[in-house]
Design a protein around this ligand. Structure first.
Ligand code: AVI
Length: 354
């Protein structure tokens, strides 16, 4: 299916870019600039502003907690890569095996011109989809959305090397801002893998999917990876590995908070604790104070006493029942098209459309 509008947005030659067309909505084009080549940023956007007040607000909540995205500074991102390779962390390899087996069915079921990945993207998992898109349709736009320019550049370099025929459009922004800017008329497959939805709390979850559903056009699809509820004997070791990588990843958030806010969290005086909360169907990952500490935030002239044994909730990882998840997404306007799983039924990949 050829998309009538995709060739009509010729960008002026003055705006240096690597392709002759853009995937942005007509009213959005002038708001984005491509620098470096092929990586689009919103003019005037400030993604690096220190979210001081948001960190303090959640730390002053009861229970104290942090938003998951603070986990991903350079060191946190490296630790997360290591987690994905751990024998206990079945999520990555299970989802990858589903995509490897089902990529041809997924792409056949979603007749699109563009794959928009939420996350920097160029994992083995994405490659299965890109390969199939090229094989079945002979062309492919690939638009990863990420707040990290470094991640987008790495993705661009890999795509250029392995798939020179793919038109790469890196979108340097937060997810919501990025997907809202893409042309609704261009048939797209939004890809949100890794069960990242599990890290959204009950407020973030509906807000995110409402925004995504309203950004989706009539010919768009969503491919969503979701980890499933299962025995805690499998779930808990995945978040408490024998090498202590998950513990290091979770506690590293305090190093990042210290860097951002000049606070004095001492990693040596805290320990990691996680468990599967069956009522809320989520893994909860905490930092527990080993001794009483006064945590100071000089820039905000604020402090709190972190008492011995008190916990800060650093991350949740929700687990899903696919039928219920599909029903819930249905209330947001996303209809199920297909459901793919692995032989053990540990992980689900859902294909949905508006
Ligand atoms: C990124 N996200 C889906 C991971 C998860 O499984 O919830 C983050 C993670 N935290 C500790 N281990 C993995």
């Amino acid at each position: 299916m050829s998309h009538p509008l995709s060739i009509s947005f010729i960008v002026s030659p003055a705006m240096k870019q690597e392709t002759s067309r853009t995937i942005f909505a007509p009213n959005e084009i002038s708001r984005w600039s491509s620098e470096p080549d092929g990586i689009w940023s919103r003019r005037g956007a400030d993604l690096d502003s220190v979210p001081t007040l948001s960190i303090l607000t959640t730390l002053w909540d009861q229970p104290r907690w942090l938003e998951a995205y603070h986990l991903y500074d350079d060191q946190g991102s490296e630790l997360f890569e290591k987690i994905c390779e751990l024998p206990e962390y079945y999520l990555t390899r299970t989802e990858n095996s589903i995509l490897e087996t089902q990529a041809s069915n997924i792409i056949a079921a979603a007749p699109v011109e563009c794959i928009v990945e939420l996350g920097a993207g160029y994992s083995k998992k994405t490659v299965h989809l890109l390969t199939e898109q090229l094989r079945q349709r002979g062309h492919c736009h690939f638009a990863p959305i990420d707040v990290s320019v470094a991640g987008l550049l790495a993705s661009q370099a890999a795509v250029r090397k392995d798939f020179p025929q793919i038109e790469f459009h890196g979108i340097h922004s937060r997810y919501e801002e990025g997907f809202a800017a893409v042309d609704k008329q261009l048939p797209k497959l939004f890809v949100f893998l890794g069960s990242t939805i599990g890290n959204f709390n009950q407020t973030e979850f509906p807000r995110f999917f409402r925004a995504l559903a309203s950004a989706m056009g009539p010919n768009d699809y969503l491919l969503l990876g979701a980890d499933r509820v299962k025995d805690k004997g499998i779930l808990e070791p995945a978040y408490n590995d024998s090498r202590g990588i998950t513990a290091a990843f979770i506690l590293n958030v305090f190093r990042n908070v210290n860097r951002l806010l000049g606070s004095n969290f001492e990693l040596g005086k805290m320990r990691y604790h996680s468990w599967f909360n069956p009522e809320w169907q989520q893994i909860e990952m905490y930092a527990v104070a080993g001794e009483e500490q006064t945590i100071r935030f000089p820039a905000a002239n604020a402090a709190f006493t972190w008492k011995r044994q008190d916990r800060i909730l650093v991350e949740i990882s929700r687990k899903f029942e696919p039928k219920r998840l599909q029903e819930q997404l249905g209330f947001i306007g996303l209809r199920p098209v297909a459901h793919y799983s692995d032989p053990q039924e540990w992980f689900s990949v859902l294909l949905l459309r508006k």
